[in-house]
Design a protein around this ligand. Sequence first.
Ligand code: FE2
Length: 751
Amino acid sequence: MEIERNLNSYAQMVRWFSPHLLVLAAYRDTVARIFGEFADQRGIQHVADPIPTDEELKKKFCNRYDYSGEAGGSTPYWVDFAADLGDGFDSTYSVAYLLAADKLHPEQARTTGGIRGIKGLAGSEPLEHGRLLILSGDEVYPWPTHEDYELKTFKPYAMALSEPAIDPQTGRLPPASRHVFAIPGNHDWYDGLNAFDDQFCRARAGTGGGMRFGDWETRQHRSSFAIKLPHNWWIWGADIQLNDLLDPGQLSYFRAVAEQMGPEDRFILCTAEPSWYALGTPAERFARQNLNGLIEAPIRRGAKLCGIFSGDWHHYSRYNESQALGNMNLITAGGAGAYIHGTYHLKRKLDFEWVGKTLEFRLDRKLEPSGSDTEPPKQTTANACYPSKATSYRLALGNWLFPFRNFGFCLAVGIVYWLLTWTFATLRIDFWLEVPKDQQITRGLIQTPQAVRECLEPTQRPQQQRTRSNVATGDVKSCLLDPGPERNGYRPFNGTGRIEDWTLQLIDFYIADIKAATSFKQMADNTGYLFLKCVHLLLLGMINSVGAALFLFGIWFAFFAITQSKYRGKRGLASRVVVATLHHGTHLLFMWGLYCAFAYFNNTWLERHLDTLAGTSASAAAPTLLLAPVPFWVSFIYPFEMVLIGGTLGGLIFGLYLMVTYIFGKVNCDWLFSSQRLDGYRCFLRMKFEPDKLTIYPIRLDAVPPRTGWRWRRNPGPREPLVEPISPLKPRLIEGPIVIRPDEVRNIART
Ligand SMILES: [Fe+2]
């Protein structure tokens, strides 16, 4: 694998809100679901890698990932767990660098190999690197192409732990010192699992090995696996595909493995999605079904499930149940590279149906490090999550920066603003307008269509050539010349004209009214009147044009389609309709407000200045400095104003919408945080398997170096990192360590 020496050639964080990516995401998701349904790669794997029927061969097959002989006696066996990687280089490489390091030292230790001692980890014993690395879903972003796997995942890992020296005797690379097992997440499934299968399941080709990158190597044959560890521990990795369901082939595989297990065995289950987060959503049924389907067989044989670990959500959380199950932990740790997700929305407790029984899992059981290796960590009532809820809240508030982080998306919003306002502004409608009786029509109609100006002041308007042909209308002229009878101090005008012209008249009258107003109440009344009349104009536009109405409804529907609700059924539907309508209405309000401002500005101040620039006294045929007539420039400039300024405002409204719905509704977490593309707040798990216990060290890294914070090492040796941080990385313990003793775990078999 060739490593490019230019760090800038490595990936930046994915821009999820770039219009190009949004369109591709919708396309990929649809195609992947179709492929998933009609050509499930797992079925193909099952056929290509069948479970032998012969008992001896079956036993061998189920034990093909057997590491049980690698640690005997009481020697601990180390395994690392990471998920959601292969995004920006800085974040992915930071975690790879920590995983690759030979040892991670306790807090008191001096900085070693560009890594400080783990803050919060007491004692003198370092944490050994994992012999195995479990990647629990989403190994690359945004799509699983061969190129992206190589550039975003394999190369950073190969740079963090380079290849060993060639064995002079064989002339080949020595075997890899680290083995990698991966389960696919939804992002790995976006090509129907083809690239993942090619890269991670190479062992199925019968070459005796898997994909090699640096000193890591994949070993698996399928997208799911059961690994036998020393001390009767097992790790199971299940692939739930995009449809959140386990296929029969995979279930057969795990049942066959379960047949090899007995009361002395204990196992942890790794999945690509935390099914416990699906509680209360339509996916809940699948989540329960999957869990039951997987754990029932081994539990019936007396094996103990000692924890379920997952990625998918890019944060750390641990839900614990200790009353019925002794000590059962549901851990999410998807912080190995992708943008961070907040934890503010996480529930304090989950009522999870566990093999037929409803149990209460709690988040607020954080284990505070004791600061001493002789004392166990103290259980507190703080939430066992990272980043903390308070930090997540603060990060969510930062989404007012949405327009600055998602410029392309804002431009797309601006184009929609422009097209929508243009569609409505050019519609011709019958309208009713009331003018205060003491208002001079000529004063109020300074910017009315040229035809009206000609009619009212024929001798004072020399530039008839500037008449915009599409606004000249006899109807408006006649209505303004012939107002209806005065009523309540107002003179009414009826007529036909473009919405743009009526809007300009309204604004003229409004400005005149505001100038003449003597009280705040009058100003408020006038503003309310302007608002109602603008709404009236929009409604008339919708009535007059099916196309415009469909355009507006289409946008409403798009808002409705993306609106999330934490409720289900009719309540969920009603809340989505209300939220989508409010969101849509807010955009419309600001969009039309901006339109009014631009239209008025362009037709008054701008037109006057362009007139001056063009030379108003010049003859119609004479060329001007502007090269085109003034009305052309007035119309030409509007799309740019709306796309740039309207798009920024629209982006801001969208960013605030995500913020508000996340903070108050606990929804839109993924959109809110993917729009921020934060590369800090990393996390992964280091696990120590011993005969009587499993110790889990959840490790965090608050900040990762920027691209300029890395440097190439001079003459790196074999199995050493090629690139190192200029300032040391500062890992910390999130909580714990968490100790799980199989003796205290009680599994309940379904009755
Ligand atoms: Fe993910």
